[in-house]
Design a protein around this ligand. Structure first.
Ligand code: ATP
Ligand code: MG
Length: 435
């Protein structure tokens, strides 16, 4: 036998029990987004490498060391598995001139790829829900996006996720801050780690984003961008805060929140929890007014966020929630060739009637088939042997407690099966009820 093949480290299978949880989460997410008027968009998983370099910025963790990039063996194009969705979404909006008739509120969900060190809450293929509002200057939409997140935590029953916000101002304000920041770090050059040394003159703001504990006090004392903001930027920031106060969403201002990507300006925010260890940020976003033009579109303001599905679901489970395990209405067991053909017809007829049916396939004794039926969680077992087949009838055995009928076996004509089954499984619904 050849050695078993394994999935790539950090790229996980989502097995059925978890995949069902994911589907329920996705359903909640779809309803939530529809309630805010956001529409879906789907972009390719692979894009030209240049898109991410231009959008995210050359001196960022993602572009410097996390991208899965490769050359197309057929035509030599430089390609990258998307590490995030905003760049692709903005590229699509610009390419198709989607803003020609006004602003757009868009969302997507799917896998992202980053070559990081796999650990709890940090994977190489992970999944995000991304939400982008394009063509709206804010601060209304910024605050609405933050309020949206708060509502989703509520919808999911999640608690203990706190909100931090900050403003990155505009580029001229950042330029003045940047000059002072470089001067400050130069005065303390001996305390900088290798990453910070390298970024000192290319991207000093990123040093503030450092996760190195040894640099935390240096970073804490650094000049704060917020004190460089002009009147307009402050007004925008205060506008966001006012709306958050109006709907009673608690937040704290973190002047060191700068985000690890280059495209942000004005509002930035992160939602985090202390319950997931080091990987505590479950959602992050902000305004990126320059990006649409930077990627070749007509200039348009924009604001968005992305949440990490693995981290949210881990938190959801850690907080004691369990998803509903879907089960079929009926498990159909049968024996003999004629009975097998009859069972096949019964199963199809019931599905046409709106029931979910697990038709036992692959043969086996009645006893072993009934074991499967029990384990399936189905409400009833339907039994078809030679007797039933000859009489054009089906036996019904309730498998769960709580039915109105006594838990004994019934036998009904094929024509009456759907009605009997309906009364048995959904006793509260009348004949007009949806099956
Ligand atoms: P971190 O600081 O944890 O590396 P980030 O700033 O790189 O996060 P973003 O690019 O803002 O993350 O992505 C938004 C969200 O996607 C994060 O808040 C997190 O929940 C999730 N996320 C990012 N990278 C990963 C990963 N490698 N594995 C799992 N989830 C991730
Ligand atoms: Mg990261």
């Amino acid at each position: 036998m050849s050695p078993a093949l394994q999935a790539i480290r950090g790229m996980n299978d989502i097995l059925p029990a978890d995949a069902e949880l994911w589907e329920q989460f996705e359903e909640t997410v779809r309803d939530w987004l529809a309630a805010y008027g956001y529409r879906p968009i789907r972009m390719p998983l692979v894009e030209p490498t240049a898109l991410f370099v231009r959008a995210i910025g050359e001196v960022t963790d993602i572009v410097e060391k996390e991208m899965y990039s490769f050359e197309d063996a057929l035509n030599g194009e430089q390609l990258t598995l998307r590490p995030e969705g905003t760049a692709s979404c903005v590229r699509a909006v610009a390419q198709h001139n989607l803003l020609y008739d006004g602003p757009k509120k868009l969302w997507y969900m799917g896998p992202m790829f980053r070559h990081e060190r796999p650990q709890k809450g940090r994977y190489r293929q992970f999944h995000q829900v991304g939400v982008e509002a394009l063509g709206i200057p804010g601060p209304d939409v910024d605050a609405e996006q933050i309020a949206m997140c708060a509502r989703l935590w509520d919808d999911l029953g999640l608690t203990g996720i706190r909100l931090e916000i900050n403003s990155l101002g505009q580029s001229d304000e950042r330029a003045r801050h940047r000059a002072d920041l470089i001067a400050y770090f130069e005065r303390h050059q001996a305390l900088l780690d290798a990453d910070a040394q390298r970024r000192l003159h290319t991207n000093p703001l990123r040093i503030l984003d450092s996760k190195n504990p040894a640099m935390q006090s240096l970073v804490a004392e650094a000049p704060q961008l917020i004190s460089y903001l002009g009147e307009e930027s402050l007004k925008h920031f205060e506008g966001v805060q006012q709306l958050l106060k109006d709907v009673a969403i608690p937040y704290s201002i973190n002047p060191r929140l700068v985000r690890g990507l280059d495209y942000y300006n004005l509002t930035v925010f992160e939602w985090m929890t202390d319950q997931l260890g080091a990987q505590g940020t479950v959602c992050a976003g902000g305004r990126y007014d320059g990006l649409v033009a930077q990627l070749g579109g007509r200039p348009a303001p924009a604001c968005g966020f992305a949440m990490g599905i693995e981290r949210l679901l881990a938190l959801w489970q850690d907080q004691g929630h369990r998803h509903e395990v879907p089960v079929v209405d009926a498990y159909l067991v049968h024996q003999g060739e004629a009975a097998g053909r009859f069972a096949f017809r019964i199963a199809e007829a019931l599905r046409s009637g709106g029931f979910s049916v697990h038709l036992h396939c692959g043969g086996g004794s009645f006893k072993s088939q009934m074991k499967r039926a029990d384990a399936s969680g189905a409400a009833v077992a339907l039994i078809v042997g030679a007797d039933e087949t000859a009489a054009n009838e089906v036996s019904i055995k309730p498998l769960r407690e709580g039915f109105e009928q006594p838990a004994t076996q019934l036998r009904v004509a094929f024509d009456e099966l759907a009605d009997t089954l309906g009364d048995l499984i959904f006793p509260m619904e009348d004949d007009n009820g949806s099956l």
